[in-house]
Write a protein that binds this ligand. Structure first.
Ligand code: NDP
Ligand code: 8X3
Length: 254
């Protein structure tokens, strides 16, 4: 397997959930991380917990392309050898039927999960190739494969992420850059709190009476995929809570 001590991981969305858990996982194994996100105080807390020696932090909104470029060009030497990009920042907003949705929620999801996502990958990819290879890990979702009511734009952004990751892989043939799309289902993080705009009652509902996955479960899968022997590429990894499965087609009857 690949020695995690050789890894420098650029993480978007490291202030919470999967990104924060992944930062902890890599540093615990001796790797280095560049933890980014909009909430600077959260980044500072993370850095205080896991140590500044192996965790560089950058306050960053992925929707701001100039800020991403500036941040990358200012990365200090000990963190300059980025060889894993964890393009994780993303969100769902709302669960209303399409005709009733707030159009600005759709805009925010597209701007973050699609536009900010491609800004991140595009900005970091040339460096990975120049340094001889690496790994791009993207955060898709079961929502990118399975439709559900109210999931119109969120699911579509995750279908975009999936197809982008597959196309990237085709494009990177011979460049020694691995690409993995992690596709989780029900996982308890701040995801639901964000989706329901801070309404804790609504946010807790998806997890009530069941055992969802947690951020560490997903971080472990991310870590595993990036520490496999260099000749192995996980293309897509779909994960669900054991308590989550499939439902039959929904037939409308008069
Ligand atoms: P959280 O809400 O816990 O974390 C989301 C992270 O994304 C935060 O660190 C947040 O940081 C960051 N983020 C959001 N918008 C921006 C932005 N504009 N610029 C920079 N960072 C941003 O959710 P999860 O950890 O659960 O979600 C992580 C990813 O996994 C997302 O892409 C999500 O769609 C996906 N996913 C989640 C699932 C789940 O059930 N939890 C299942 C499948 C996929 P900040 O607000 O500080 O900027
Ligand atoms: C998050 C999982 O089912 O809430 O991507 O869309 S779901």
């Amino acid at each position: 397997t690949l020695d995690p001590k050789t890894l420098t991981v650029f993480i978007t969305g490291a202030t919470s959930g999967f990104g924060a858990a992944a930062a902890r996982r890599y540093v615990a194994a001796g790797g280095k991380v560049i933890a980014t996100g909009r909430r600077g105080e959260r980044l500072k807390e993370l850095q205080d917990q896991i140590g500044a020696e192996n965790c560089h932090i950058i306050e960053l909104d992925v929707r701001d392309r100039a800020a991403i470029d500036a941040a990358i060009s200012a990365i200090p030497a000990p963190f300059a050898g980025i060889n894993v990009v964890l393009a994780n920042a993303g969100l769902a907003l709302g669960l209303q039927p399409a005709a009733e949705t707030d159009i600005t929620d759709w805009e925010t999801m597209i701007d973050t999960n699609v536009t900010g996502f491609v800004y991140t990958v595009r900005a970091l990819l040339p460096g990975l190739i120049e340094r001889g290879g690496g790994h791009v890990v993207t955060l898709g979702s079961v929502a990118g494969d399975y439709p559900y009511p109210g999931g119109s734009v969120y699911g579509a952004t995750k279908a975009f992420v999936k197809q982008f990751a597959l196309n990237l892989r085709a494009d990177l043939q011979g460049k020694n850059v691995r690409v993995t799309n992690i596709e989780p289902g029900l996982t308890e993080t701040e995801f639901s709190l964000v989706r329901f705009k801070g309404d804790e009652g609504q946010a807790n509902k998806p997890y009530e009476g069941t055992t969802p996955m947690n951020a560490d479960d997903i971080a472990e899968a991310i870590f595993w995929s990036t520490t496999l022997p260099a000749h192995v590429n996980i293309n897509r990894l779909q994960m669900m809570a054991t308590t989550q499965a499939f439902a039959p087609f929904d037939i409308y009857r008069r």
